[in-house]
Design a protein around this ligand. Structure first.
Ligand SMILES: [Zn+2]
Ligand SMILES: [Zn+2]
Length: 189
C-alpha cells in the first residue's frame, strides 16, 4: 500500500494506539486505517447509546495546531484507488480535513489529526463525521456559536454571559415563555 499523499512511499504497519493497527507514511507521518482494523478497535470504545447530536462540535475549541502541509492535497485510497472523500473539521481558529475512502471505508489522518480527534472525543466516531446527520448537527452548533459571538459583541461579555444563562433557565423551565413575554413587554414601545 502506498501513501495517498506520496504515491511512491510504502506505508509501514504500526500501532496507532493500543489495539489499533494502522499504516504510516515515513515521509508525512500520516496514518491509514483499514476499516476492519478500525472497527475491531472501535467496538471496544464506542458508547452505543450515544447520539450524534450529543457529540462535541469543536467550533468553540481552541487547539494550537498547524495543519499538515499535505492536508489540502487530494489523495487516492491506498487499498483500492478511489479518490478519498474529505470531511472538514472546524476548530475555533483553524480547520482541517479528515479523509475516507467511499469504496473500502478506509480512513486517512494527516500527521497530528488523530490526536486532535482523540482530544475532542471524536476518534471513535470517525465514520460519523462523513454523515449528513453530523453535517446538520455541525451547522446548527456553528450558527448558534456565531449568534452568541455577535450578541457578546453588542452587549459585552458580562451581560451576554448573564443573558445566555437566563435563556437556558427559561428554556428549561415549564413556564419559561412567561419570562420571555415579560421581557418583550418591557421593550414594547
Ligand atoms: Zn506521505
Ligand atoms: Zn478504498
Amino acid at each position: 500500500m502506498f501513501c495517498p499523499k506520496h504515491p511512491r512511499e510504502t506505508l509501514l504497519a504500526y500501532q496507532l494506539v493500543d489495539g489499533l493497527n494502522a499504516h504510516s507514511c515515513p515521509t508525512c507521518s500520516g496514518s491509514w486505517l483499514l476499516s476492519e482494523d478500525y472497527q475491531a478497535w472501535q467496538a471496544t470504545q464506542v458508547d452505543p447509546a450515544l447520539r450524534v447530536d450529543s457529540l462535541t462540535v469543536p467550533i468553540n475549541h481552541h487547539i494550537d495546531y498547524q495543519p499538515s502541509r499535505y492536508d489540502n492535497r487530494a489523495g487516492l485510497c491506498p487499498s483500492c484507488g478511489f479518490y478519498l472523500v474529505r470531511g472538514r473539521i472546524n476548530l475555533k481558529k483553524v480547520s482541517f480535513f479528515v479523509e475516507r475512502c467511499p469504496g473500502c471505508k478506509g480512513m486517512w489522518c494527516d500527521d497530528g489529526e488523530w490526536e486532535i480527534l482523540d482530544r475532542l472525543g471524536l476518534s471513535a466516531y470517525f465514520p460519523v463525521l462523513f454523515t449528513d446527520e453530523w453535517q446538520s448537527h455541525v451547522r446548527v452548533a456553528e450558527a448558534k456559536f456565531r449568534e452568541q459571538l455577535a450578541t457578546a459583541e453588542k452587549l459585552g461579555p458580562d451581560i451576554a454571559e448573564k443573558l445566555f444563562e437566563l435563556a437556558k433557565l427559561l428554556e428549561e423551565h415549564p413556564n419559561g415563555d412567561f419570562g420571555v413575554a415579560y421581557l418583550m413587554r418591557r421593550f414594547e414601545k
